[in-house]
Design a protein around this ligand. Structure first.
Ligand SMILES: Cc1ncc(COP(=O)(O)O)c(C=O)c1O
Length: 423
């Protein structure tokens, strides 16, 4: 890595340790919820990361749709360092300029009307947890309005409320009972949605593209149908843009054109620094969570806000979103032409690749060996969510390597092996 920001031994790390030593130490000190890490990564620069043995990888996963500016982007490093050296943290008994400026920037980007507001959190799950509380505040048990709708395949996070919205039984069942009232509708079925949304519904939660379920976009017209039905029924439409928001799809928000009652953001917003947000649209919805009803120690922290402001500034000023569209189109077009590929889904630089065979976890392992970080969300599904600054040349390097990677895997294929991608 030739980035002066990140090269050399970092204070507090032991760069001399090898890959295996770090992995052994991990195993004996970290909880096993993520399974064994694939590698110990020690530094990054642009779209590349380097492991403890000095091997470089092109990062086509970007910390799962997080590192929008790549690694160690100078603008992000400067913003975080300056803010930490100026005012690192204050309680929410106080505010700070970056917090207010970020809220204003997000409201403007989301084209939010007068009276709209922002609540800052530290992650996607927390943003959705706040949205869940908002939904409860739109409930009226006396009038029979208690139901909250989400979709089969939905992933909204791992805290208890966010988990109640998440569909996957393997994630939910060990922690039941979860907060009640949530029902999961068949994915993408407009008739089922219209049949379900009435005055008994407090809120509908939707991802414009289901990321964890394998990059599955809602069908054309679904979001608008949900908007019309929820408005008519007095239910809130909550759009989870945690994975799809802030330029990931080549637009600021994947749901652009449909104004929700609430939107949640995290992942790419801080460019790698933890920050989440709930935006409420309009005065009525924004008033549902009144003083004392919700809170957080770290949410809206000035350093996190400065990181998000710097990320937005780079995305706005360098025509990054045009790059996301062009590089994403190029990748999708070339991937779709490959023999081993059954289908390519997604928008911009959120890409799902459906393979003809159940070999995705083996392809992820072979790609890593070849120097590319990708991810599988299921037995036959690969996901790419690289930095938004990925160049056509870098994309081309992966496209050039993939046929050999697929051939190696096919030669040694053991179909049916499944190690699911985990956020
Ligand atoms: C759509 C969506 N919502 C919420 C979350 C949860 O975010 P976090 O892992 O930051 O809690 C994720 C994470 O993958 C996500 O993709």
């Amino acid at each position: 890595m030739n980035n002066p920001e990140t090269s050399g031994t970092q204070p507090g790390t032991a760069a001399a340790e090898s890959q295996n030593e770090w992995l052994n130490r991990y195993e004996s000190s970290l909880m096993g919820v993520f399974g064994a890490p694939q590698r110990a990564l020690v530094r990054g620069s642009g779209c590349y990361v380097e492991d403890a043995d000095g091997k470089q990888y092109l990062d086509l996963l970007g910390g799962i749709a997080v590192n929008s500016l790549g690694h160690a982007h100078p603008a992000l490093v400067a913003a975080v360092s300056d803010q930490l050296g100026t005012l690192g943290h204050v309680s929410n008994f106080f505010t700070s300029p970056p917090q207010v400026e970020l809220a204003e920037r997000l409201l403007a980007l989301a084209d939010a009307p007068q009276g709209s507001k922002v609540f800052f959190a530290n992650s996607g799950a927390e943003a959705n947890e706040a949205a869940f509380k908002l939904a409860r505040r739109n409930s009226d048990p006396a009038a029979g309005r208690t139901r909250i709708l989400a979709l089969e395949g939905a992933f909204h996070g791992r805290t208890m409320g966010a988990l109640a919205l998440t569909a996957k039984p393997a994630y939910r069942e060990p922690f039941e009972p979860l907060p009640g009232g949530v029902e999961h509708l068949p994915f993408g079925d407009i008739d089922a949605l219209l049949a379900a949304v009435d005055e008994t519904v407090a809120a509908v939660f939707l991802e414009p593209i289901q990321g964890e379920a394998g990059v599955r976009p809602l069908p054309e017209g679904y979001l608008q149908a949900a908007r019309d039905a929820t408005r008519a029924a007095g239910a809130l439409l909550v759009i989870d843009e945690v994975q799809t928001g802030i330029g990931r799809t080549g637009k600021w928000f994947a749901s652009e054109g449909v104004m929700p009652d609430a939107m949640t953001l995290a992942k790419g917003l801080g460019g790698g620094f933890p920050v989440g947000a709930l935006i409420t649209f309009g005065e009525r919805t924004s008033g549902l969570l009144a003083a004392g009803m919700h809170g957080t120690t770290f949410g809206g922290n000035p350093v996190a806000a400065a990181a998000a402001l710097a990320t937005l500034t780079v995305l706005e000023s360098r025509e990054v979103l045009a790059n996301v569209r062009a590089t994403g189109d190029y990748l999708r077009r070339e991937l779709a032409a490959m023999d081993a590929v059954a289908e390519v889904r997604g928008e911009g630089l959120l890409i799902g690749i459906e393979l003809n065979d159940d070999v995705a976890p083996a392809v992820v392992a072979a790609a890593l060996k070849a120097g590319y970080i990708i991810n599988s969300t299921g037995p036959a599904t690969l996901r790419l969510a690289p930095p938004l600054i990925l160049t056509a040349e870098q994309a081309g390097s992966f496209l050039g390597a993939l046929p050999d990677i697929l051939a190696t895997v096919r030669a040694a294929a053991t179909p049916g092996t499944t190690i699911e991608g985990k956020p």
